[in-house]
Write a protein that binds this ligand. Structure first.
Ligand code: FMN
Length: 252
């Protein structure tokens, strides 16, 4: 098989080769945590409760019609209320089920309700937040501050293959995936599901941005190693899967 044909296998369903008794879930191995942990001493930021008041464009037809990729953003800050809405729209938890936090139901669907993602934010201009890198705690609807470093813009630009608007945006969403959350249940059939799941995150971000006067663009062209290194991820058990800068845009 040539390499294109091999890669095409990714696009095909392979659930038929997975016997549910042979998966780690089937073998009754412990389920991985549904959210990456954090330490008590870390800086935790409360997000305002999600409020529909941030929505300017209520008509869902108009949101679909006007959605497009935006790479030019205004200098204006994004408010914490707006950021809270965007995070909720992309990963917000509506319900946790099971005595041992077996699954979450969120604003986006996910194969087997595994939700294998973590959301990192590179924040430049969000009202009330210092510049730096944060992670969304979806279960608590809070942020944990991670770090800031010199030459952050240069690092993000380099990791985005020179796409400067990624680093200069008021906030950039960087989604990582922890594949074992889905592999635990679906084994080798997990990987197509994870990619399908990731599209939901970004499409919800596009539509949520459209509703509040912001714009975004899906970024698939990033340097895997550089982006993983930037976020201090091991690149094996957790790695970046998708990127999306966000900012206010000129009214149409
Ligand atoms: C998976 C994916 C990866 C993409 N990667 C990039 C990218 O790295 N840089 C970029 O400027 N646009 C990127 N885009 C945006 C596309 O160029 C854009 O969606 C396409 O041109 C259609 O335009 P529209 O979104 O305005 O309808 C990507 C879109 C998708 C769905």
């Amino acid at each position: 098989m040539d390499s294109i044909k091999i890669q095409r296998q990714w696009l095909k369903s392979n659930f038929d080769i997975v016997d549910s008794e042979d998966t780690d879930q089937g073998k009754k191995l412990p389920q991985p945590p549904i959210q990456k942990s954090y330490e008590e001493h870390e800086e935790i930021i409360d997000l305002p409760e999600v409020n529909k008041n941030v929505i300017k464009k209520n008509d869902v037809f108009d949101c679909f019609m006007d959605r497009k990729s935006n790479r030019v953003y205004k200098e204006e800050d994004i408010s914490l209320e707006e950021l809270s809405f965007l995070l909720w729209a992309t990963q917000g938890v509506k319900k946790v089920v099971g005595k041992t936090n077996f699954a979450t139901f969120r604003t986006v669907p996910s194969g087997g309700a595994r939700h294998p993602f973590e959301t990192y934010l590179v924040i430049n201009r969000v009202e009330g937040l210092k510049k730096g890198v944060y992670r969304y705690l979806a279960l608590e609807h809070k942020l944990v501050y991670l770090f800031n470093e010199e030459a952050m813009d240069e690092k993000v630009t380099e990791a985005s293959e020179g796409q400067k608007f990624v680093a200069s945006a008021p906030v950039t969403f960087i989604w990582s995936c922890i594949p074992y959350r889905t592999e635990w249940r679906y084994s080798v059939a997990a990987h197509k599901t994870i990619l399908q799941d990731s599209g939901h995150l970004c499409q919800n971000l596009y539509l949520a941005c459209e509703a509040i006067g912001c714009g975004t663009v899906a970024i698939g062209a990033y340097n895997q190693k550089a982006m993983d290194n930037f976020l201090k991820l091991d690149g094996e058990n957790e790695f970046v899967i998708y990127v999306a800068p966000v900012g206010k845009i000129e009214a149409k």
